[in-house]
Design a protein around this ligand. Structure first.
Ligand code: ADP
Length: 460
């Protein structure tokens, strides 16, 4: 397949098409994964911030006694807070144990009085700006260090229910950014690797899917070449005969008659060859589910006893002419019916018997048996002819194959007879085999499913 440019190109095109489709799917899935991860991380950061703010709110409101003033109790609760204007504690102190338990990330707290003046901070690297936003909402802010923060601002009351000011908590989103960076890294490295693996797998799969097509393409090519060769031989012979006759202007009638007989013989061969090719193509068409015309009869119940008896009569003269003893043995005392096309079944058995007569020397024997075994009807054609060597036995059912090329062609054989036999047998869901010994003879056995058993009628 590699050597055929058309197939090799089609294989790559198929592989790239699969891979391109998969790249789009992977890209969409990667995007969905990224967005979902971002959503989940932001959701958990928001929840964490909300519960942090909730704890702060409860603890502070109980300890705030005067609007705009941070009480000692609040400072005890959050020792790392520094009041605006004062120096912040050098050594960062821990949050209160309640807050510590929910803290995973860095939090920055700012407290503003009612007039938006900064009162206290836990960290002065954030801009001292009060961002009031509607309740239950958060804001994402970015600061000069390039970091992003999720910020929530709530209104605080003192322990006498007076409005105290605002508590603004900002959660560092660095961990979210780090996680998303990892996901982006995985996507940038993972997606191209996955795409390459898919491309290789697609190439291999396209190859194995195309193998049967390539094989049948080769068969068709071989068949076309063989058919052209077979057609050319009689045509070339006719052409040569006509040309040589034309070179003899004063030819007499007996000479012309001789030429016409040669042309007629070659023509006959051509007609037979074309008829065989047509029959094979019709059987193929039918076998692959197409609607073929050209068979006189449709499918019906066929009596094998009648077919064998008719052929016994029809081919007796041919056997006598070839000095062959021709017998028929009916091994059943009742009619054997099969589902099929009787015209084709006649053709099948005729080909087997004609071959047997053709490849058996004078004084030989050809016997046709009709038998039954279990649910199968069996027709056997046995001869005491030249036989077929084991290597050739494997190929005799191939189209245009002949064991003895010259002899067969001289006898009018095209090498299509057994190919037709095989195709008809297969179309009738039958089995065909040959046993043969060179110099001793051959036995062709055809098994067909009997009617009246539970064999389904084919839907042709
Ligand atoms: P052909 O038209 O040449 O007879 P077939 O397809 O009928 O073509 O047979 C293929 C080849 O199989 C023949 O060329 C012949 O060599 C061999 N063959 C077929 N039937 C017999 C037989 N009964 N005995 C010996 N050889 C046979």
């Amino acid at each position: 397949m590699q050597r055929n440019r058309l197939f090799s190109r089609t294989r790559w095109r198929l592989a790239f098409s699969y891979a391109a489709a998969m790249a789009v799917i992977l890209g969409i899935m990667g995007g969905v994964w990224y967005v979902t991860t971002q959503h989940i991380l932001m959701f958990s950061a928001t929840k964490e911030l909300e519960s942090f703010v909730g704890v702060m709110h409860n603890e502070m409101e109980a300890n705030l006694s005067k609007p705009g003033e941070v009480s000692k109790d609040v400072l005890a609760f959050m020792p790392q807070m520094c009041l605006n204007g004062n120096k912040c504690p050098e050594k960062k102190q821990q949050f209160h144990r309640y807050l510590k338990s929910i803290l995973v990330n860095e939090y920055h707290i700012q407290m503003f009085d009612k007039s938006s003046k900064l009162i206290a901070v836990t960290d002065n690297q954030l801009p001292p700006k009060l961002n009031i936003i509607p309740a239950k909402q958060q804001l994402i802010i970015s600061v000069s260090d390039g970091n992003y923060y999720l910020q929530k601002t709530i209104l605080l009351h003192d322990n006498q229910e007076r409005e105290w000011g605002y508590l603004q908590v900002s959660r560092d989103l660095q961990d979210v950014a780090d996680n998303l960076k990892e996901v982006r890294w995985l996507l940038t490295v993972g997606l191209p690797i996955a795409w390459m693996v898919i491309l290789i797998a697609s190439w291999l799969l396209a190859g194995s899917a195309m193998k049967p097509i390539y094989r049948s393409y080769q068969h068709i090519q071989q068949f076309t070449a063989d058919a052209a060769h077979e057609l050319r031989t009689p045509l070339a012979a006719t052409q040569a005969t006509v040309e040589s006759t034309l070179l003899q202007p004063g030819a007499e009638w007996p000479q012309i008659q001789e030429v016409l007989i040669i042309i007629q013989r070659q023509n006959q061969r051509l007609i037979q060859l074309v008829a065989d090719l047509l029959l094979l193509s019709r059987i193929d068409l039918r076998a692959y589910g197409g609607k073929s015309t050209g068979f006189r009869q449709e499918w019906e119940a066929c009596c094998l006893n009648n077919i064998v008896a008719d052929l016994d009569e029809e081919l007796a003269a041919m056997a006598i002419a070839a000095d062959i003893q021709f017998n028929t043995v009916m091994g059943v005392n009742h009619a054997l019916w099969v589902w099929g096309n009787s015209e084709q079944l006649y053709r099948l058995v005729t080909n087997l018997i004609v071959n047997a007569i053709k490849y058996t020397p004078p004084k030989g024997q050809v016997t046709v048996f009709l038998r039954q075994r279990n649910r199968m009807a069996i027709i056997q054609v046995q001869d005491t002819g030249v036989g077929i060597d084991p290597k050739a036995q494997k190929r005799i059912f191939d189209r245009f194959y002949r064991v003895y090329n010259n002899r067969s062609r001289h006898d009018g054989g095209s090498g299509l007879g057994l190919a037709i036999v095989k195709s008809i047998a297969t179309l009738h869901r039958g089995r065909l085999n040959v046993q043969s010994k060179v110099g001793q003879g051959s036995l062709f056995t055809l098994e067909l499913p009997k009617l009246g058993t539970r064999v389904k009628k084919p839907k042709y």
